[in-house]
Ligand binder design. Structure first.
Ligand SMILES: [Zn+2]
Ligand SMILES: [Zn+2]
Length: 355
């Protein structure tokens, strides 16, 4: 034990600067730490924000954020501090002074351990707030667009309910894209035209997603028509028209298919799904098999069931007081006294279901 501690003392030298104990012939840890330049402080950092929407540009990319001005200032000040990796247990204290709306100052106190010795440095970082309109806001302000979703009916005008639904679908898609960071996928305008609805979009992705979502919900099909509008940085620039053609039949239409009545459930592309009203089962058909539209479930009226006998019921027309007998489809729960929905096809009564 004694020998070993003796030999350690022999290896230990004297620090040439402070005279304290030092390993070998060099400076002691405290003097090395004092000589070591371990903190580099940027005199100025900038924060670029959009005055219209508040987005921030970070490494050339605009993004929305929820941080407060104070949090942003602190984050920017920290970015201006560069601490040598030799320093351990780094802690930073910041005192922020707001000079003007465009300038803040951060007094920074940085502490850590270097070569086992505690170290501390102070510096000041100026934070410049730069206002610049973001890509989304400047495109929106400049009415920039990359596509138009045109919602039309096939051989008819879209119904008001379809127009409202299409608009709602478009807004939901825009919101979804925006919150997933697709800032350029905005809707610059929604315009109701004589023939339907025009949705003008800032990106082709938005156009594509809106068009397919509308068809998914309302039925019909989409065709795309690109148009060359010029060249930008050697690349051809296209604007795309997404022509949505809503199915000639919409949900709730009562149609005649091969001599039998049906209620349209949905139509995708050329395929139509409907409920066979006599059998009360779902079937598929094509547009070409539909002979004609009789009406829409929205035009139906309520009839009172006067009696039920086997598969026959009596129906009382509320307008005329006239009574009619009609078979009712399987699976339909009708009792005397209950009400059912009925639509007329000329003299014929079509039973749609319970009211
Ligand atoms: Zn020393
Ligand atoms: Zn903006």
């Amino acid at each position: 034990m004694l020998r070993s501690s003796d030999s350690e003392r022999i290896r230990e030298g004297i620090c040439p600067r402070c005279g304290g104990p030092a390993p070998g012939a060099g400076l002691c840890a405290a003097c090395r730490a004092a000589d070591f330049s371990w903190l580099c402080c940027d005199p100025r950092v900038t924060i670029t924000v959009c005055p219209s929407c508040g987005a921030r540009r970070e490494a050339g990319v605009w993004a929305d954020f929820s941080a407060s001005r104070d949090e942003l200032t602190r984050e920017a000040a920290r970015r201006g501090l560069h601490v040598s990796p030799e320093v351990r247990d780094v802690s930073v204290e910041l005192v922020i002074h707001e000079r003007t709306v465009n300038r803040s100052f951060a007094d920074c106190r940085v502490r850590g351990r270097l070569f086992g010795e505690p170290v501390e440095e102070n510096c000041q970082v100026e934070i410049l707030w730069v206002k610049e309109q973001c890509s989304r806001c400047s495109r929106m302000a400049g009415s920039y667009y990359e596509g138009i979703v045109q919602v039309r009916g096939e051989g008819r005008k879209p119904r008001p309910a379809e127009i409202r639904a299409a608009e709602q679908i478009a807004r939901n898609i825009e919101e979804g894209l925006y919150s997933s960071g697709e800032r350029l996928s905005f809707i610059s305008e929604i315009e109701e035209t004589r023939d339907g609805l025009d949705i003008i979009v800032g990106s082709q992705r938005a156009g594509k997603e809106i068009a397919s979502a509308i068809v998914e919900r309302l039925g019909g099909h989409v065709s795309t028509h690109p148009k060359l509008v010029g060249e930008k940085a050697g690349k051809r620039v296209y604007r795309i028209t997404y022509a949505v053609r809503l199915s000639p039949y919409s949900r709730g239409d009562i149609v005649l298919v091969r001599g039998k009545y049906g209620e349209i459930m949905s139509g995708h592309g050329k395929e139509i799904r409907y409920r066979d009203l006599a059998e009360n089962v779902q079937r598929k058909t094509t547009e070409r098999q539909v002979e004609r539209i009789v009406g829409n479930i929205a035009d139906s009226s309520e009839y009172l069931v006067t009696f039920r006998q086997g598969r026959m019921i009596g129906l009382l027309d509320p307008a005329t007081g006239q009574s009619t007998e009609s078979p009712f489809p399987p699976g339909m729960d009708v009792q005397a006294g209950s009400k059912v929905r009925v639509i007329h096809d000329g003299d014929r009564l079509i039973l749609l279901g319970t009211a």
